[in-house]
Every structure is written in structure tokens, then in C-alpha cells.
Design a protein around this ligand. Structure first.
Ligand SMILES: Nc1nc2c(ncn2[C@@H]2O[C@H](COP(=O)(O)OP(=O)(O)OP(=O)(O)O)[C@@H](O)[C@H]2O)c(=O)[nH]1
Ligand SMILES: [Mg+2]
Length: 520
């Protein structure tokens, strides 16, 4: 016999349990109804939250997820800044003054490196430790050490790199009794003494940027930055304001809206404010040091190798050390700070009348950071792989035996052959072409570092063609899906050119995105 629903509801133990007791009073009833109404409201709220979550998930599935991959210092974060400048200029504007800390840090660290290098030549002058000092200076930070065991272990799986370090300079000119620094020792010692308060701020600036977190993995002991550092540097500075009575000097020409934000932040960090004052007061000393014939000679002979961005800032020290300094967009693009882990940036991109949310994942490229990329491979739509083709004469900070072009090719091989990424839209940026040009113009020989380059012309077109061919070969060998590789020659500090390339990349990614959406 079939049971009717009414019979079932009468037998249902749950309905029996929920039925009000026969002794229920009017006030009990009121309370019960109130509780039931509240329970219903909460339940409806949960349903609504779940609905919103589901919507979000559905929407995020239709968002574009773009990974920026490549070795450390390849230009990923700089490219991210170009995306930000194009699709979220207001957010870059609101961070503008925080970049002052990074620029100051880059400047102070460069000054310190110049002085440390000069100090080692003081030692030569004193007749101490001359040979080891010269070895160190001659090969700088970016050439492998010369021990036979290291020479044996230097190898290349991708490209014929030099098995032993080339000798860019003769040690003789620094090692003689008439060492170039002789006669300048007192003047340089005086500059060092006067710049000491400024160079002493380096660890504090580093601490401000890294949030006090020391991370291993780069080999250089550089400062790593987690996302959100801009807010952190401001907050930390603001906490300290109460403890200080001295107010910062107010820049005079800052009058517009942007400058109002700038002003409030300028006031915010006493440490950065102190560094600004010191820079302002040390401007002449920094300029004298930077223009000093000994420093020029050491840079010319490659005994002093500064980071690429050092020259950009030190050449313009009068502007940067001004008391009312506000970082320009070019300064922000040149400012260097290492990324830690993976930083997500979200933009709304309007294309052909449709707004699509893009999630840009900017990763830390040093070897110790690469394990954190993998969780982002699963649902990536596109990758821009950034390779600095100017780095043919440089070796990894984290492994001084590995040539940077070779490392980049090895990394590109891993990305091209990764099963999780087989269907991902792939774009290759052969970056830092401006630096490549300058190196070749200065006469730096590619075949000295990349033996397989042989006697090909040491000219821009030929070098680019050679490196590009190697990347295309890696792609061809790992391309059973017949995926297209979009290649661009870039200098991502060049805003106009990069934004036009970003437009192309956006269109090509979007075409692939529409096709895959149509298949779903
Ligand atoms: N001249 C020049 N400098 C560049 C170019 N691309 C990047 N740089 C500079 O190189 C430095 C390193 O660039 P980043 O964008 O920080 O490198 P990254 O790939 O994010 O490095 P990690 O965060 O360590 O993985 C910065 O000072 C940039 O301004 C370029 O095409 N030309
Ligand atoms: Mg970075």
C-alpha cells in the first residue's frame, strides 16, 4: 500500500519533535516564532553567501590567468608595472611615493659597492692582499670562480658557454706600485668618511623593505619583497611618527592632487625622511665619487661591476637627491627589488566591448623561489616567459657556475615540456635588448662567454637571431601539441614600445581565450 505524504508527515519523527508542546503559552509561542524567524534569516543568508561564492567561482573560471615566468632579474616585475600603468594607473599613482624607499635603497647600495671596491684597491696600495683582491674585482660577482674543480663542473645543456672564465682585464694596472688609485687615497678616504652616515642606513632600508624577514635562496643576500610591501613601508613609518618630534621639511612645489598623497606619505617615514636629508646634503660627494676618474676607469675596465640600474640612478643623482624628490614613472620602472613567492595583481581589461578580469601572477625567479610557481600551473591560461638576452656575460647569483642565458634556456625547456602547461598560450619576451645593444657597442664579445657563438659577427641582429633560434628550437622539440609560440624583442623599461606589445599580447591571449570558452 502506498503511503500518502500526510500520513508520512504525521509519522515523521522530526515533525513530531518540532511540533510545539501542547502546554505552550502565548509568550512561549512568541519566542519560538522569533527563534524560527531568526533561524530562517540565517539559513537564507547562508544560501545567499553560497550563491555569491558560486557566482564568484563561475566568474573566476572565466577570468584570464596570466603567469609571468623567468629567472631572477629578467624583468617580470617591470613588465607587471607596465600592465599596472596601462590598466590600473591610479594604483601605481597611489604607490608612487613608496618607491622612494626602493630608489634610495638602490642608490645607497650602489654607493656602498663603489666604496667597498675602492677600499680593496686601498689595500693594494698598502701592499696587502693584492692578488686575491684583484681576482675578486676582475671577475666581479657574475663570473664563476677559477678553481679547477669548478671549471670541470661548469657545463651547459643548452648552449656552448665558456668552460673557463674569460679574462676581461689584466690585473697589472691595479697591482703595480703606480696603481691608479695611488695619489687619490686621501681624497677617496675623505669621501668615504663623509658618506658613512648615508651608507650606514643600508641595513635599515633593507629591513624596511623586506618587513624584517630574512629569506635565503638568492645567494646575493638581496632584499626580497612580499606583495603588499608598499602599504607595509608606509604603516611602519607611520607607527614611528609618534616617537619623533622633528617634522619633515615640506616640499615646496607639490601642489596638485598627486602631490597631496605624496606629501602625506613623505611625512610618513622618519627613516626615509632622514635618508632624503642625507642624500640632499651629500649630493656633491656622491657626484664627485661617481664622476671620479678612478671610478670611471674601474667601470671601464670592468673591475667594478655595478647592477644595471645603478647607472640609471647615479647618472641622475642631482634630481634624485633633491629634498622634494618624487619618483618618476621611469624611476619606478628602473627600481629593483626582488620578488618573493608569487604576487597576484588583478586588472579589469576592456576588450571589444567586453570587460574581462585578468589575474597577473608575478613570480620570484631565483632558483630558491621556483618551487612556489607550480600551484599556479593548474588553471593558467597564458604565460609570458621573460628571458634577458643581454645576460650572456653574466652568471646566476644563486649558482655562479651557470651562465644566465643557459639557465634561461633550461628553464624554458622545463616550461615548454611541462604537462600541466601543454595547452597554455605561450609568449616569449627576449628582453633587455637595450642593454644588449649597449654591451655590443662597448665591444663586449659574445663568443668569449658563449663559445658556440663562434666567429659570427658580434652585432645586434646576428646575436639576437642566434639566441632566438635556440629558444625556438627548445619550443619545437617540446611541441607535440603544435602550439604557437609568440615571440617579442623587448625592453620593458620602454613604456611606449612595451604598451604596444602588451596590446598585441592581450589580443592574442584573448583570441585563445574566446576559442577555449567556445569549446566549453
Ligand atoms: N635597461 C633595462 N632594464 C630592465 C629591463 N627589464 C628589466 N630591467 C631592470 O632590471 C631589474 C630587474 O628587473 P625585475 O623586473 O625586478 O626582475 P624580476 O624578473 O622581477 O626579478 P625577480 O623578482 O628576482 O624574479 C630592474 O632594475 C629593472 O628596471 C630592460 O628591458 N631594460
Ligand atoms: Mg620580480
Amino acid at each position: 500500500m502506498m503511503r500518502t505524504s500526510s500520513i508520512r508527515s504525521q509519522d515523521d519523527p522530526l515533525s513530531l519533535a518540532l511540533r510545539p508542546p501542547p502546554t505552550e503559552t502565548d509568550s512561549d509561542r512568541q519566542r519560538r516564532l522569533q527563534h524560527e524567524a531568526e533561524a530562517r534569516r540565517i539559513s537564507e543568508q547562508i544560501d545567499e553567501d553560497l550563491r555569491v561564492e558560486r557566482e564568484k567561482l563561475k566568474k573566476s573560471r572565466s577570468d584570464v590567468k596570466l603567469l609571468l615566468l623567468g629567472q631572477a632579474e629578467s624583468g617580470k616585475s617591470t613588465l607587471q608595472k607596465q600592465f599596472q600603468l596601462m590598466y590600473s594607473p591610479a594604483s601605481l599613482e597611489s604607490e608612487r611615493m613608496s618607491w622612494r624607499t626602493v630608489v634610495y635603497f638602490n642608490v645607497v647600495r650602489s654607493i656602498k659597492k663603489i666604496l667597498t671596491t675602492l677600499e680593496s684597491f686601498d689595500d693594494i696600495d698598502d701592499g696587502t692582499d693584492s692578488q686575491s683582491t684583484l681576482e675578486r674585482q676582475e671577475y666581479g660577482d657574475d663570473l664563476p670562480p677559477r678553481s679547477p674543480s669548478v671549471q670541470q663542473s661548469v657545463h651547459s645543456s643548452q648552449i656552448g658557454v665558456a668552460l673557463s672564465p674569460p679574462s676581461p682585464v689584466s690585473p697589472a694596472d691595479g697591482n703595480q706600485p703606480n696603481s691608479p688609485i695611488k695619489g687619490h687615497v686621501t681624497a677617496i678616504a675623505d669621501l668615504r668618511r663623509r658618506l658613512l652616515p648615508l651608507t650606514n642606513t643600508e641595513p635599515q632600508l633593507a629591513d624596511r623593505l623586506s618587513g624584517g624577514v630574512a629569506v635565503s635562496g638568492s645567494g646575493k643576500g638581496e632584499v626580497y619583497v612580499r606583495s603588499g610591501w608598499q602599504a607595509r613601508t608606509i604603516q611602519k613609518g607611520q607607527k614611528m611618527i609618534g616617537r619623533r618630534s622633528k617634522k619633515s621639511e615640506v616640499p615646496l612645489e607639490l601642489t596638485n592632487e598627486r602631490s597631496a598623497t605624496a606629501l602625506s606619505v613623505l611625512d610618513a617615514d622618519p627613516l626615509v625622511d632622514d635618508v632624503a636629508t642625507m642624500l640632499d646634503q651629500s649630493r656633491d660627494e656622491i657626484k664627485t665619487l661617481w664622476d671620479h676618474p678612478i671610478v670611471r676607469a674601474l667601470i671601464g675596465s670592468r673591475k667594478l661591476k655595478l647592477d644595471e640600474w645603478a647607472e640609471f640612478f647615479l647618472n641622475d643623482i642631482a634630481r634624485i637627491s633633491a629634498r622634494n624628490y618624487v619618483p618618476s614613472t621611469d624611476d619606478i620602472l628602473h627600481a629593483r627589488i626582488q620578488t618573493m613567492g608569487v604576487a597576484e595583481h588583478i586588472f579589469d581589461v576592456d576588450i571589444h566591448g567586453k570587460t574581462v578580469t585578468w589575474h597577473l601572477f608575478d613570480v620570484g625567479g631565483a632558483r630558491g623561489q621556483r618551487h612556489s610557481w607550480v600551484p599556479y600551473f593548474d588553471d593558467a591560461n597564458a604565460i609570458i616567459f621573460v628571458s634577458p638576452i643581454s645576460a650572456f656575460d653574466q652568471y646566476l647569483e644563486e649558482d655562479p657556475r651557470t651562465n644566465r642565458i643557459d639557465d634561461s634556456l633550461q628553464l624554458f625547456t622545463q616550461i615548454c615540456s611541462n604537462q600541466l602547461l601543454k595547452k597554455v598560450h605561450l609568449v616569449l619576451f627576449l628582453n633587455k635588448t637595450d642593454i644588449l645593444r649597449k654591451k655590443l657597442e662597448r665591444g663586449l664579445s659574445v663568443s668569449k662567454y658563449i663559445l658556440s657563438y663562434g666567429d659570427r659577427p658580434n652585432e645586434y641582429d646576428s646575436v639576437v637571431q642566434y639566441f632566438r633560434a635556440h629558444f625556438l628550437q627548445v619550443h619545437r622539440r617540446n611541441n607535440e601539441n603544435r602550439r604557437v609560440l609568440y615571440t617579442h624583442l623587448t625592453s620593458v623599461v620602454d613604456t611606449k614600445a612595451t604598451q604596444s606589445i602588451i596590446g598585441n599580447v592581450r589580443d592574442s591571449i584573448f583570441r585563445g581565450y574566446l576559442q577555449s570558452a567556445a569549446l566549453v
